[in-house]
Design a protein around this ligand. Structure first.
Ligand code: ACO
Length: 270
């Protein structure tokens, strides 16, 4: 694929790669980007085949909504044309099938990339979980988030429960999920579910600014630091301090000098 040309991908997705930035677009606006097994598998394939130079992944949705969650036709059994049905728990491969859907979400945490969800309108159920799978979320002021699954007799099973608890804490996560209420963009900012909320017309520009700021950082240091930060919650202070030393040594060894600044003549290092 040539740089920055958008390519249609299976499952109602589009992928554009522009140098170090990949933009993944949910492209079923007529269904508010409702998700299907083909879309989940398409996301997983996309994550598995991302070119190694990609450092930032932007996940966005066409039309007025980021994503209205699972395609409800799959739940009502009315079908979605040739779409494969969601698996029955009595199927021998139920666990494997759902794991393959979750793979569409899990790669967004890979330390080699920073993922950003650009959310306008609704992010419901599976769509909210997709936004939660990204490292960072920028919301337009019309964004509405809702973990709808329990209201439909389901649990959220697309890898969203852990980031939700990590971000808002257990009591708030219980309240949000078990009431299935809608969170406005303003509340999302308070709950730290959004890094930034901007007017809808400025969403694209705000994402572009963040992407530029992320790319300005040394690539190897960014990847090593994200990995370090991701593991911090599961370690003691002493363990994390040791890990900082280990990763620093590894990073410097791999570069062959202490810092990329060493080769920059315009900077004076004190
Ligand atoms: N599945 C299938 N079709 C959908 C979905 C969905 N999840 N969401 C919207 N659509 C379709 C509508 O049926 C409608 O189709 P039509 O034009 O043929 O009638 C079209 O998208 C536009 O939807 P509207 O409801 O007209 O759009 P509006 O902007 O008024 O509302 C909203 C958007 C709030 C997202 C609403 O469509 C909605 O509530 N959708 C269902 C959300 C939901 O319950 N998702 C499941 C969550 S649980 C989970 O993900 C596991």
């Amino acid at each position: 694929m040539t740089n920055s040309q958008a390519e249609s991908r299976p499952g109602g997705l589009r992928l554009a790669i522009d140098g170090e930035v990949a933009t993944v677009t949910l492209a079923r606006p007529e269904r508010r980007n409702a998700m299907t097994p083909a879309m989940w598998r398409g996301l997983a394939d996309l994550g598995a085949s991302l070119p190694p130079q990609v450092r930032v992944v932007v996940v966005r949705g066409d039309g007025p909504s980021f994503c209205a969650g699972i395609d409800l036709n799959l739940l009502t059994g009315t079908g979605t044309g040739n779409e494969e049905p969601i698996p029955d728990p009595r199927d021998r491969d139920f666990d494997q099938q759902v794991a393959s859907y979750q793979a569409g979400y899990l790669w967004l945490r890979d330390p080699r990339i920073v993922s950003i969800a650009a959310v306008q309108g609704h992010a419901i159920g599976a769509g909210f979980q997709l936004a939660l799978s990204c490292d960072l979320r920028i919301l337009s002021d019309d964004a509405r988030l809702c973990m709808k699954e329990p209201a439909l007799g389901l649990v959220p099973d697309l890898t969203g429960t852990k980031p939700l608890v990590d971000i808002v804490g257990l009591p708030r996560a219980i309240e949000l999920c078990l009431t299935a209420r809608t969170v406005t963009a303003a509340e999302a900012l308070l709950l730290r579910l959004a890094e930034l909320v901007v007017p809808a017309a400025e969403l694209h520009a705000a994402v572009a600014d963040l992407v530029a700021a992320l790319l300005a950082t040394d690539a190897a240091a960014a990847r090593a630091t994200k990995g370090l930060l991701q593991q911090a919650g599961g370690r003691s202070l002493a363990e994390q301090a040791a890990e900082e030393r280990r990763i620093q040594a590894e990073l410097i060894r791999s570069r062959g000098r202490s810092s990329p600044l060493v080769e920059r003549e315009d900077l004076t290092i004190l």
